[in-house]
Write a protein that binds this ligand. Sequence first.
Ligand code: GDG
Length: 499
Amino acid sequence: MKDGMRLVVISNRLPVSLFKEEEEEEWKTRQSSGGLVTALSPVIKDRGGFWIGWTGTAREDLDLKVLKTILGPSSKEIGYRLIPVLLNQDEVDNYYHGFSNEIIWPLFHDLQNNCYFYPRYWNAYNYVNNIFADVVIGHSNQNDFLWVNDYHLIPLARSLKEKKVERNCFFFLHITFPSRDIFLKLPWRQELVKDLMEYRLVCFQTWRDRRNFIDCLRIFDPHMKVQGRGPVVTVEALGRSTRVASLPISIDFRTFADIASSNAVEAKMNELKTSMLGSKLLLGVDRLDYTKGIPQKLQAYRTALETYPHLREKLTLFQLLVPSREDVPAYRDLKRDIEQIISQINGEFSTSGWVPIRHAYKSVPREELITMYRTADIAMVTSLKDGMNLVSKEYCACRINNDGVLILSEFAGSASQLKKNALLVNPYDRETTAEAIDRAFSMSEKEQYNRMSSMRRSIRRRDVFWWVNNFLRVSMNRELHDFPEREMAPLLPQSRVRV
Ligand code: GDG
């Protein structure tokens, strides 16, 4: 290991978010529930690493002194240091709500009609990446391993280069990379692929994403070269050379399985089972996002109730909707649409003792989520497109008795790993998805066992630590144990930090 090498994770958001209770003055912190945090927190904890990211709140609303007093204790609690990036309201609107969530997010999920290609969004995206670069420069040094995450920060390596600062930057894209026909709609398409080529490694979730990226590069440089085979190749294009890989993210399998077998979960599970009054539980857990195919899931369930009447009163759908991007109008509209569909279905099929769909619009503590996974006879993921989808893996990890059925969209990245044993569906195809619901409902214990044990083996073998180890290995020939457990990273002098 190089002397003093530290693991520095950089992502749009810090792994904690700041909030105020209604009518209260005091700021509080909550650990975020996103996929990235779930995956990386156990890894940098206690390894002298730190995390750089935006606080999630506009700087106009934050007193800087107060911020220090909030983040200090949070850092202690989670075991690594949190370095905030401060953004004003205008930057938040144009870089985060704008370029990130109204251009890249929908476009990369093939939903070009949801895009607003405003040039001011592009300018803010670059400007904010420059701010991130300043914070990175202020806190890291040449030896550090900079792990840059996701679509908000594609220009970061270029920003550092323009500031003539050398850093070891490696990039992981958590969402899918679209096919060339879709990608070409982006007005800043060439800039974006060039920026990705500024990293020492660009890593995607699946082979398909990597192939799409290489296909796009070829448009801008027909003479590009790809050397090597397998999960990591070297690409020479646009006057640069970088390694391009695919590596599916995963979960902390053991922790999920351990919590699932705890007495506390067992007790809560019995409570939840009793409340089901003999009906089986079909579970959906999704951020409230238009890529997750929630209306499609509800409609497929409705078709199942119509086509297979024996499911009525015998199979209840519980849909957990985790609040997300509530400031973006498309998300508010989606929430309204979903609630409308739920009340229609409930109006149509409810009986005196049974309501077909129950739902909750909130984030629940992890133990409660795991109780749901353990109780659910079937879990259903119907993403229209998804980089990986950790929920599908978490459900399997929690099935400690190797029972339960996973219905999984063929458009989720996890389908490439679980396709043999999940029931794969095309969420746009309501009838065959309904058929899969019925099949899952009637599946024999033996078939459930065979399928679930096989999926669990595969996820256990390729857990989040496997993912991190492989990312470090392909990036710099390092392993997780090259970053030994140690005290929290010291901060560089405050004067070098932009606030
Ligand atoms: C992006 C990509 C990729 C959900 N509700 C609660 C809760 N969660 C946790 C789940 C899971 C995570 O949130 C959701 O992860 P997903 O992978 O399903 O989805 P995205 O948030 O869209 O994540 C995705 C991921 O990045 C990682 O690379 O897989 O494709 O879109 O871990 O457990 N956690 C708690 N309470 C909840 O109510 N505690």
